[in-house]
Structure formats: structure tokens, C-alpha cells
Design a protein around this ligand. Structure first.
Ligand code: PEP
Ligand code: MN
Length: 371
């Protein structure tokens, strides 16, 4: 059971105290309080876990601080959608909104190499009005002798350049808990010129200790990549680990599945799951066409397959695109070229508009069936 308190209920109010006191004394029930700071108000959700079958929804709703109660299913308690659950989805981070209706593009470097390339990239993004990017500093590589990323050494100049070019959010994969502190210390020292979204790579989707560490902090939102060899349910549960530790600002990223059947693509593109993740959870959904397709092969219509895959995900309602751009020391063969960026951005906007129009078309059908 989930009890949602009236917005902005002060924690030192009588209503809050008596309500929490009542809930905490329910036999066999443990209480987990979750605070969400929205754009205009603070919401408090109180999760009642354990022996909740005997609880009466009306009794909980009668408590003075409670606005409404929702009976939640076992799966994805915090991030999931439940019956009669019209809670908000998404969050605002560093002035950028992320939700299940809008779209943000994170084009950038798979791995940061030299300052000149970062400068060129961010300049191009700024010119096109983009305020987000991806920059890899800690790279998990299959081969131990491959370039592993510059690590914390590149953070100062990457963050400074981001700030200089108006980049508000940098998606950056971390592979160890200590990287959170490295990023935080560096940003703090520089006066927080930009923001960071902590990316959890597909090889770490079920690294539960890393998930818990990222979940324990709420300064940075998280971008969780789907595990490439596990079920969707298992990956969604991994996302729930972040939320269960306190950080529900999570974006779920589809990046393809590892199977020979996907060839000649690097992975089997799984963007048909975009609407599915939105149906099962309240997370904004990201697609990573670069790591899914993994090549610059061009279809006879003149359009790269990686662009076609992007279109498929965005037309189906994706909320974020994470894509590799040229100058990458890692994954160069799959990266888009800088001069392809304007057309690509235009294509993505067209697809996002198409998704909105598709909703309008089907709404008339849905409305006529409801009559
Ligand atoms: C990446 O985004 O650079 C990356 C390593 O992705 P994945 O974890 O999906 O392989
Ligand atoms: Mn990569």
C-alpha cells in the first residue's frame, strides 16, 4: 500500500506526526518514506510494506495528512504504474525536464579523448541549441589492453567546457561507487558549471552494490542501461533498486540485446519495448541507437541504419536519445559525423512530432469506443 500525503505537508506538523505514528505502529508493516521535490511542490509518499493485505484503503485515507492511498503490486513498487495510479512521472534536473512526454537528445563522445575534440563537440551542440551531451570518462572495455578512458583526470576540463557552452547535463558512465565522489568533488571545486547524469552500463545493470550506492545519493539522476542478456523484468527490477534506496530520478535506456540473431547489427535492436517500459513504469525511456546498431551502414534510401533505428524508437515515444558522435577514440566506427548532426536532429524532431500526431489519431478511436 502507498499513502500519498497532501503536498507540502510540513514534517513538524501535527498531521504528519500523528499520521506517521499511526502507520509505524501497524503490526507487521514497515514504513518507508520517500520525498519527491517537484517543480512547484514537495510530495511525500509513504510505502507500507509487509503484511498489508488486511489494511483498509479508506482507513488510511482518513488519516489527516493522507491525500489518497493506492494499493500497489509487488513489482516496481516505486517506479511502477499501479491501478488508479496517476502519480506524476519524470523530474527536473539542473533546469532540464525529463518525463514520459518530452524528448532530450544526448549526442556526444563515447569516450573523451582530447580537449580539442570536446571543445568542437560542445561548440556544435551549442550552435544547435542542445543543452545535454554524453561524455565517457570511465570506460568498461572488453579487452584489458584497450583504452580505458581518462578517468577523473579529464573531469575538470570536460565540466569547464560544458559550462562554457551552456551544457546543463552530461551523461557519464561510472563503474565504481568512488566515481560519484570524484565527480562531485570536481563539480563542487569548479562551482558546478554543469550537471551530471550517472550512467550505469549494460555490464553493470545487476551490479547491486553500485546500484545501491547510486540510489543512496539524490544529487545526480541515473541513466540505467538495460542488461544485454537478461529479461526486461530483471532490468526493470534493477532500476527499482535505485529507487528503493531513495533515488527515483531514473531514466531507463534500451540499448539492444546480445544475440547472434541480431547480426549484422551489434545487438538486436529492442526499441519495440519503448511503449512497454512506459506502460509498466513511470520512467522516461531512452534509446541508444549507436550501441544497438553498432555500425555506419547505409540503407539504399540513403539513410544510415542507426538513423532508421533512432526513428523507430522516437516514433514509438522515446524520451531521450543517447548517441555517439564523431571524434570518439572508442566506438568510432558507429559514431555519427559532426556534419550529419543538423539533419539527424531535424529527423528526430520530425519523429517526435509524428509520435504526438499518432497519439491524436488513436485518441479518436479510443474516445469512440468509450461512448
Ligand atoms: C556506452 O554507452 O558507451 C556503453 C558502454 O554502453 P553499454 O553499457 O550499453 O554497452
Ligand atoms: Mn561505447
Amino acid at each position: 500500500m502507498l499513502a500519498i500525503l497532501h503536498p507540502d505537508t510540513p514534517m513538524d506538523s501535527d498531521a504528519y506526526r500523528t499520521t506517521l505514528n499511526f502507520l509505524e505502529n501497524l503490526p507487521g508493516v514497515s514504513v518507508h518514506v520517500h520525498e519527491i521535490q517537484g517543480a512547484t511542490q514537495r510530495l511525500t509518499e509513504v510505502y507500507l510494506l509487509g503484511n498489508t493485505k488486511g489494511l483498509n484503503k479508506e482507513d488510511i485515507e482518513a488519516l489527516s495528512a493522507v491525500e489518497r492511498a493506492i494499493r500497489i503490486s509487488e513489482d516496481y513498487r516505486i517506479l511502477g504504474r499501479h491501478k488508479d495510479d496517476n502519480r506524476q512521472n519524470g523530474f527536473i534536473y539542473n533546469g532540464v525536464e525529463f518525463n514520459q512526454s518530452n524528448l532530450n537528445i544526448f549526442a556526444g563522445l563515447c569516450a573523451v579523448d582530447v580537449p580539442e575534440h570536446v571543445e568542437q563537440m560542445m561548440q556544435a551542440l551549442e550552435q544547435h541549441g542542445e543543452v545535454c551531451t554524453r561524455m565517457g570518462a570511465y570506460k568498461p572495455r572488453t579487452n584489458p589492453y584497450s583504452f580505458q578512458g581518462h578517468g577523473k583526470g579529464c573531469l575538470p576540463w570536460v565540466f569547464e567546457k560544458a559550462g562554457k557552452h551552456g551544457i546543463k547535463v552530461v551523461a557519464m558512465e561510472i563503474t565504481h561507487e568512488s566515481h560519484i565522489e570524484e565527480i562531485d568533488n570536481c563539480l563542487e571545486k569548479l562551482g558546478r558549471p554543469t550537471g551530471v547524469m550517472l550512467q550505469i552500463g549494460t555490464r553493470n545493470t545487476q551490479n547491486f552494490e553500485l546500484l545501491k550506492a547510486i540510489g543512496r545519493q539524490s544529487t545526480y539522476p541515473a541513466l540505467l542501461k538495460r542488461g544485454f542478456g537478461i529479461t526486461l523484468n530483471e532490468s526493470l527490477n534493477a532500476a527499482e533498486y535505485l529507487a528503493s534506496e531513495g533515488n527515483a530520478n531514473v531514466i531507463f535506456c534500451l540499448r539492444g540485446m546480445k544475440t547472434e540473431a541480431g547480426q549484422p547489427h551489434r545487438n538486436m535492436v529492442d526499441f519495440a519495448h519503448v511503449p512497454t517500459v512506459k506502460r509498466l513504469t513511470r520512467m522516461p525511456v531512452c534509446i541508444d541507437p549507436s550501441h544497438s546498431v553498432g555500425s555506419r551502414d547505409r540503407a539504399p534510401d540513403g539513410i544510415l541504419e542507426v538513423m532508421h533505428a533512432t526513428a523507430q524508437g522516437v516514433v514509438a515515444g522515446a524520451n531521450m536519445v543517447l548517441v555517439d558522435l564523431e571524434k570518439a577514440l572508442v566506438d568510432g566506427p558507429q559514431a555519427l559525423l559532426m556534419n550529419e548532426l543538423p539533419a539527424y536532429l531535424e529527423d528526430i524532431r520530425l519523429c517526435h512530432d509524428t509520435w504526438k500526431k499518432r497519439q491524436a489519431i488513436y485518441k479518436t478511436v479510443k474516445d469512440s469506443m468509450a461512448k
